[in-house]
Design a protein around this ligand. Structure first.
Ligand SMILES: [Zn+2]
Length: 291
């Protein structure tokens, strides 16, 4: 094959077999090509040039499951979306599923599948503002955009994952390594919703849960969680003690089983600062849709 043929000639997509010209294909690890239709099925936040054929195929299957979750559960869930309305991009939270998505006003990449992120995959989030040099020399920098930057925990840097995060029950994302930048606005005049989104993350992560409100006799949220866990442990122990006495300590003791699972839940919540409830909801959602 001549050089011209090699560069400009058609290649066939290693996944679907369709022929693709040089403008409509991506070279992956291993030297094969993937056509633009198959690339459209992938996440916006991965570089498929770094994946081999098997990884791309697995990723597309993952994205199809994401779309199913979105269609079957996420669209009908109660959601909080910032900014509202979305002018550029935004974040839509569904607490009842323990997941969020990134909303696009328009998607130039024309992606096929919606992508959801689990709350327990988030390693960090922060508000950002970018400025750029003014066209005229000597003038102050001008506003460019603002939004929220999100980093997911990824399985590639597991080794450096600090123990605090592991303890909080966070889970690595299977594919995304790069920082996700959500552009809320490119005009300084738009209402600033970045604090609302950050506050929603704070709420999820229990950032303010160590603070007890003035005049509150109940203590902070974390104190309440610990207290509830202690009470449940005591109740379960007492229940088991009674059951031994009555000869009912067995698999059929429904009341004791219920008390035991309540104790498991409240101790997990106390240990993870409340994150375990979102992990449980996300697990249930995935189980429901994909079995
Ligand atoms: Zn293809």
């Amino acid at each position: 094959m001549g050089l011209f043929q090699k560069v400009f000639g058609k290649e066939s997509c290693t996944l679907c077999g369709n022929e693709c010209g040089m403008m409509h294909r991506t070279k992956i690890k291993g030297g094969e090509y993937v056509c633009s239709d198959c690339v459209r099925q992938c996440s916006k936040y991965v570089r498929i040039s770094e994946m081999d054929k098997q990884q791309v195929a697995g990723h597309i299957e993952y994205m199809k499951r994401q779309e199913k979750l979105y269609e079957e559960l996420f669209v009908n869930a109660k959601r909080d979306t910032y900014p509202s309305p979305v002018t550029k991009q935004g974040i839509s939270f569904a607490d009842e599923l323990g997941m969020f998505t990134i909303v696009e006003r328009s998607d130039p990449q024309n992606k096929v599948n919606h992508e959801l992120f689990r709350y327990d995959q988030v390693a960090s989030y922060e508000r950002y503002v970018e400025t750029e040099k003014a066209a005229e020399a000597g003038k102050p920098d001008v506003f460019k955009e603002r939004g929220v930057k999100i980093r997911l925990l990824n399985k590639f840097d597991n080794v450096s994952m600090d123990m605090d995060k592991a303890k909080k029950g966070l889970r690595p994302h299977p594919y995304i390594k790069q920082e996700i930048k959500v552009v809320f606005s490119t005009s300084e005049r738009d209402t600033d919703y970045t604090d609302n989104a950050v506050y929603h993350f704070d709420h999820i992560f229990g950032v303010h849960d160590n603070e007890s409100a003035l005049f509150s006799f109940k203590g902070s949220k974390n104190q309440q969680r610990e207290f509830k866990a202690q009470v449940d442990i005591a109740k379960t122990a007492l229940g088991a003690f009674k059951a031994v006495k009555n000869g009912t300590l067995n698999e059929e003791n429904e009341a004791l089983k219920e008390q035991f699972s309540e104790m498991q839940q409240s101790t997990a919540e106390a240990q993870t600062g409340g994150m375990s409830i979102y992990t449980q909801r996300a697990d249930e959602a995935e189980e429901k849709v994909n079995g």
